[in-house]
Design a protein around this ligand. Structure first.
Ligand code: ZN
Length: 116
């Protein structure tokens, strides 16, 4: 097999693997999670002591949707799930990026065949 045909085979195999991987990705969510600690308004509260013992952690999800950025609080009971969803989305983006990279090379090889 010629070098070019071999490369096309390899690229097609790698792309097929990416598609398989994408198939296994679970729930998705856009954004990034952050931990926050707050101070309240209650006089003599531990959050105003020295050293202060602030309230929290509270979890906040920041994300951009339809060009608008927003934040929302995440119940601490859901943090693990939301973390996983955010991680899944990041994995999907990496896989799609790789797919595009390989796909572009593959398309170039195929197009150069047609131009002969
Ligand atoms: Zn307080």
């Amino acid at each position: 097999m010629k070098k070019k045909e071999k490369r096309i085979c390899t690229l097609e195999r790698q792309i097929a693997k990416i598609k398989q991987d994408i198939n296994t990705i679970g729930d998705l969510r856009r954004g990034s999670l952050s931990e926050q600690y707050n101070v309240c308004g209650t006089l003599g509260c531990k959050c105003k002591a020295t050293p202060p013992e602030k309230h929290g952690p509270y979890y906040q999800l920041s994300f951009t949707q339809n060009g608008r950025s927003s934040t929302r609080f995440v119940n601490s009971k859901c943090v693990r799930k939301v973390k996983m969803q955010v991680k899944n989305y990041s994995r999907l983006r990496k896989l799609v990026e790789k797919w595009l990279e390989l796909g572009t090379e593959l398309s170039d090889l195929k197009i150069s065949d047609e131009l002969k």
